[in-house]
Design a binder for this molecule. Structure first.
Ligand code: ADP
Ligand code: MG
Length: 323
């Protein structure tokens, strides 16, 4: 079992930041509105995610650490309409196969907390009583300790932490109603209190971001676009403030990047590095988010339409900002 999980881990767990992404998405799935991420040595040494979500009952703690046991896909229809963030049921098993991983949880209506810990070649899961408030903590120690080839690919702690910081910022941008805290080597690095979309984008990008940018709100058939984009004269200094979310998930999509670039080339040909925070909402069956295991790629049923929606939406906003 461990070997199969380690192979799967190769797809899901590229680096500490991918662990953070999977675990924070699990916390969001669990309905948490407070998520604390603690990192030591860029995540090489320790990654711990604590949430106040619905928790995992004692009987299911073992299952949560075993591959596919919890997959929420039962048939093709589920696959088509899946909206929840994680659904492949293998992140925890994969992570625990390449680290020393424990899962501690207390659902609200369970009297005590329990901790599960997978050990040894067969990943036998040990259960023991623990102290924990309502919610869940996943602790990942010594990532890739047993897969030297992967460990060699890890960068300096500072670099790995920068990736983690990006992941937390991106997830926080699309979930303003959740408060997030990120610590590195016991030092508080980020803290976002729960708020609305406008204030969250200013917490993350910069103060006055919203008033400097053009607001976009555009509907094109079943595609709804909202967010903020650089308009004439402002906001062209930061390449790093380019955020694209599809159904609340951070995505890298060449087709949409092309639509965005085309809109700027048409309206503001001198603009080189526009900043944007764009949220696209589509019916779940209009896309397949399961193309890449790490899930930052997407395939649209009607790519052309989504491309044109972005192109037209941004073109209109830029045009009106010129007057
Ligand atoms: P998936 O999220 O794809 O179902 P994971 O391996 O990421 O698979 O998680 C396995 C299961 O463990 C989840 O389906 C969920 O039931 C449970 N779980 C994981 N993390 C949490 C959490 N933070 N709070 C509550 N339940 C969790
Ligand atoms: Mg998951």
């Amino acid at each position: 079992a461990r070997l199969a999980n380690q192979i799967a881990a190769g797809e899901v767990v590229e680096r500490p930041a991918s662990v953070v992404k999977e675990l924070v998405e699990n916390s969001i799935d669990a309905g948490a509105n407070n998520i604390v991420v603690e990192i030591e040595q860029g995540g090489h040494k320790r990654i711990a995610i604590r949430d106040n979500g619905k928790g995992i009952v004692k009987e299911e703690l073992k299952l949560a650490l075993s591959r596919h046991a919890t997959s929420k896909i039962y048939d093709l229809e589920d696959l088509d309409s899946i909206m929840s963030m994680g659904f492949r049921g293998e992140a925890l098993a994969s992570i625990s196969s390449v680290s020393r991983c424990s899962l501690t949880s207390k659902p609200e209506n369970q009297e005590a907390a329990w901790q599960a810990f997978a050990e040894g070649r067969d990943m036998d899961v040990e259960l023991k009583p623990a102290a924990h408030p309502n919610g869940t903590t996943v602790e990942v120690l010594d990532l890739f300790y047993n897969t030297p080839a992967r460990r060699r690919f890890l960068r300096a702690a500072k670099t790995e932490f920068q990736h983690i910081e990006q992941v937390v910022k991106r997830i926080a941008l699309s979930h303003p109603n959740i408060s997030f805290e990120l610590k590195h080597n016991h030092k508080k690095i980020l803290k976002y209190t729960a708020t609305n979309a406008e204030k969250r984008v200013e917490q993350i990008c910069k103060p006055a971001f919203v008033s400097e940018m053009a607001t976009i709100k555009y509907e094109y058939e079943d595609v709804v676009i909202s967010g903020w984009v650089s308009k004439a004269g402002v906001g062209f200094d930061n390449n790093d403030k380019q955020y694209l979310f599809i159904n609340k998930r951070m995505m890298k999509d060449r087709l949409l990047m092309h639509g965005i670039r085309q809109a700027y080339e048409g309206m503001l040909p001198d603009a080189k590095h526009p900043a944007f925070v764009l949220f696209l909402d589509l019916p779940p069956d209009a896309l397949d988010v399961n193309v890449h295991p790490a899930k930052h790629e997407v395939r649209f049923r009607q790519g052309r339409k989504v491309h044109d929606a972005v192109f037209q939406g941004i073109s209109e906003v830029l045009l009106s900002s010129l007057h």
